[in-house]
Design a protein around this ligand. Structure first.
Ligand code: HEM
Length: 522
């Protein structure tokens, strides 16, 4: 192996010495052929039985980037068939060791921080968007404390206040959006839902001032910042591309929006005492006694906005698409509204949301079939043995979990490909029984060897699960009370998945047809 890499190095030095630009395409062609030959021989002749098998690829550096990027699940399933649950593939020069199945999920999510590091896997993408000093741009113990601070703003009390705010945003949206005028029509979900989830999340989680800014002065800035979250930025976040320049400008302007609010509140200029996430972060301090700086509060707020936006937007879109494809599920949801809220459909409340078992099962099932995050990554910090195998993963590798693979495996879910919310009946409390641990931000399920982990597990587990459930539950309930949805005539199934974004989105325009329910009151 070393010999061949040495040869490759010598060949490239030689070709560089010959000045590729002068010798031209012939030399470049020879270089490519030579590197392909060396790369293939390397894979065929030098297999290390103590390392996970390497997915066969023709081109060094490029490796399996294209097949993985186009359809990650198809790629994972094919590799699982050929190589088993543990294998390594090349992603733009990085060696990614994938560990599939419940044990593979456990291995990544429950890895010790000294062995597996999320910061080094994600910081290139996230820090230019969130800003410095928070999340993956600070030591892990600070992230754990930041998550604890954010959780103080995600309590039963705040959720009670959020439900009517979210409901009002949804009603306001379909009363004012041109997509919902009249008694029936069609709506491109890939345009409408990102707006709806941004308005609902910002009004509730971020507070009134941020919500107002996001429809007016800051709408374009949010879009520019959002464009920083593209897969290409995983590898090349600092490229001087126009979208990166816009991202950096937008990051500063968004941070200023929060900094101005903080400064108005500190100076007493803001007479209304808003009890929201900004207020919460202004009143927290690290264990060391240090408080969060204004800039770090601003950056935490951006992180919260972005973390929830993509995941909730993808989940809401898929939910409406599957409901449109299955009118019987819409009927079950509507009947449940009548059962819980009475014939006149009393206003939604947080307390009643938890009684909506069917809504909860729909959300659970959507997250099984379409978990927004298909690849969870960590950088390996010291050679790591994979339990029950001979493999040791070297510290030059990254590891990757894909819980979406086990969530769609027949071994764990009968008729796994079928969207069937009824499969969860009787399993509602499964996670409550899992082993719990406090990583510094409250009790969460430890890296359970579970086939279903849409919110992750362990120290990096999502803190937004309950908020996401409140947001989605309120949006679905409000829409189901008002509309009946169907797929466009002639379309038999939901659209294909578009993997060109950070989350598994439905292919645009994701059109559904809608009809107002007879007697709906808006
Ligand atoms: C972490 C999924 C909504 C904030 C995570 C992780 C997953 C996830 C899988 C673990 C990532 C990893 O281990 O590398 C989801 C899904 C959501 C959702 C499926 C909605 C359907 C939200 C919302 C918020 C949020 C609404 C904010 C209120 C976070 C934060 C982390 C996280 C702060 C911690 C990151 C870390 O510790 O490294 N989420 N999320 N998420 N999520 Fe969510």
């Amino acid at each position: 192996m070393g010999l061949l890499s040495g040869l490759l190095d010598q060949a490239s030095v030689y070709l560089e010495g010959q000045n590729l630009w002068v010798v031209g395409p012939a030399a470049f062609g020879a270089f490519v052929v030579l590197s392909v030959v060396i790369n293939v021989l390397n894979q065929l002749l030098f297999k290390d039985p103590n390392q996970p098998p390497v997915v066969f690829h023709w081109f060094p550096f490029l490796g399996s980037t294209v097949v993985y990027g186009m359809e990650p699940y198809k790629f994972f399933n094919k590799c699982q068939e050929q190589y088993g649950d543990v294998f390594t593939f090349i992603l733009l020069g990085r060696k990614m060791t994938v560990t599939l199945g419940p044990k593979g999920n456990e291995f990544v999510f429950n890895g010790k921080h000294a062995d597996l590091c999320a910061e080094e896997a994600y910081t290139h993408l996230t820090t230019p968007v969130f800003g410095s000093g928070v999340v993956y741009d600070c030591p892990n113990h600070m992230l754990m404390e930041q998550k604890k601070f954010m959780k103080f703003g995600l309590t039963t009390e705040t959720f009670k206040a959020y439900v009517p705010l979210i409901k009002d945003e949804v009603v306001n949206y379909f009363q004012t959006s041109p997509f919902f005028s009249g008694q029936s029509g069609k709506v491109p979900l890939s345009t409408a839902i990102p707006q709806l989830t941004l308005f609902t999340a910002s009004r509730s989680l971020q507070g009134r001032e941020v919500r107002e800014a996001l429809t007016t002065t800051h709408a374009a800035l949010f879009h520019d910042l959002d464009m920083g979250f593209t897969p290409v930025n995983f590898m090349f976040p600092w490229l001087p591309l126009p979208h990166n320049a816009k991202r950096d400008k937008a990051q500063k302007a968004m941070a200023k929006l929060y900094l101005d609010i903080i400064s108005r509140r500190k100076s007493g200029e803001d007479s209304k005492k808003e009890i929201d996430m900004i207020w919460n972060l202004m009143n927290r301090s690290y264990k060391s006694g240090e408080t969060l700086s204004d800039l770090h509060i601003a950056h935490c707020m951006i992180a919260l906005l972005m973390a929830g936006q993509h995941t909730s937007m993808a989940t809401t879109t898929w939910t409406l698409l599957h409901l449109a494809a299955k009118p019987e599920i819409q009927k079950a949801l509507y009947d449940e509204q009548v059962k819980v809220f009475g014939k006149d459909l009393a206003p939604l409340t947080y307390e009643k949301l938890s009684e909506l078992q069917m809504v909860n099962n729909v959300v659970k099932e959507i997250l099984r079939v379409h978990p927004p995050l298909h690849s969870i990554m960590r950088k390996v910090k010291s050679p790591l043995h994979v339990p029950d195998t001979n493999f040791v993963i070297p510290s030059s590798h990254f590891v990757m979990a894909a819980p979406g693979v086990s969530a769609m495996d027949e071994k764990y879910f009968k008729n796994a490909k079928e969207f069937d919310p009824f499969r969860w009946v009787g399993h509602e409390a499964d996670e409550d029984n899992a082993e719990k641990f406090d990583f510094g931000f409250g009790l969460v399920s430890k890296g359970t060897a579970s086939p279903y982990l849409p919110f992750g597990a362990g120290r990096h587990r999502c803190i937004g699960e309950q908020f996401a459930n409140v947001q989605l539950g309120t949006i679905i309930s409000t829409l189901v009370r008002e509309f009946e949805f169907s797929l466009p005539p002639g379309q038999k199934d939901v659209p294909l998945v578009d993997y060109n974004s950070m989350v598994a989105l439905a292919m645009a325009p994701a059109m559904v047809h809608w009809k107002r329910r007879p007697g709906s009151n808006h």
